[in-house]
Design a protein around this ligand. Structure first.
Ligand code: HEC
Length: 203
């Protein structure tokens, strides 16, 4: 019985992988949900997506007043990563997560520096013509952070264009995404779906 179950499971898994890899089909896989009020439901499982980088603008280097003084761990959903490898563009339905982590300490056994402390917030951006036809580039920006309680909200409302979208529009390296700060995405752009950049000699 166990063997039959296993065989059925493996065939199912293989079919899923094949159908996702087939041209076009993977485009439909979505990694986010909008609720009935048009708010983004807080994404889950994103630490098993593709990690693209960790920018940091510490207070010490910004007159004690950095706009975003914490570490930003950035992740992209796996299907949009695949699409970016194939086309070098962001698909309809792309989602990137920015997980905020405080600067926890500045001294380690290896020397002085900036070391990660605690999780303090969560933000996201999605590209969706379906839900945001009027936003520049169809990109919308969200936060789930509640600085007072320290917990995360279950849904997030899109910010006004001027609050987030405009800066991304004018300064981001590739469309609205700050690829100039994400070596993983720069290495992936247009390499083709079957290439695994980290396995090549150039990485
Ligand atoms: C003044 C410019 C500026 C504004 C305003 C801004 N951002 Fe960003 N954002 C950046 C920069 C620069 C990065 C990459 C480096 C970093 O994280 O510090 C970034 C990265 C991000 C990322 C990771 C994906 C990506 O596009 O690179 C998300 C998600 C994000 N910001 C959300 C927001 C949200 C939500 C707001 C509004 C509350 C916002 N941003 C406002 C400059 C800005």
């Amino acid at each position: 019985m166990k063997t039959i179950k296993l065989v059925i499971l493996s065939v199912f898994a293989m079919t899923m992988v094949t159908s996702c890899n087939q041209e076009g089909n993977y485009e439909k896989v979505s990694y986010f949900t909008m609720d009935a009020n048009g708010e983004l439901v807080r994404p889950t499982d994103f630490r098993s997506w593709v990690y693209v980088g960790t920018p940091l603008t510490p207070n010490d280097m910004n007159n004690g007043k950095a706009a975003f003084p914490e570490f930003h761990n950035v992740y992209i959903d796996p299907m949009s990563y695949t699409h970016y490898k194939k086309t070098g563009t962001w698909r309809e339905g792309t989602i990137l997560i920015k997980e905020l982590v405080s600067v926890g300490g500045k001294i380690a056994a290896s020397g002085n520096g900036y070391f990660m402390g605690d999780f303090i917030g969560l933000e996201a951006t999605i590209k969706s013509k379906e839900h945001f036809p009027n936003e520049p580039g169809n990109w919308a920006y969200f936060s789930f952070t509640n600085p007072k309680s320290g917990t995360l909200a279950n849904t997030g409302k899109a910010f006004a264009t001027a609050q987030c979208n405009s800066c991304h529009d004018s300064s981001a390296g590739d469309d609205f995404v700050f690829t100039q700060h994400y070596p993983v995405l720069r290495a992936a752009k247009n390499v083709g779906m079957d290439v695994v950049p980290e396995n090549t000699s150039k990485r």
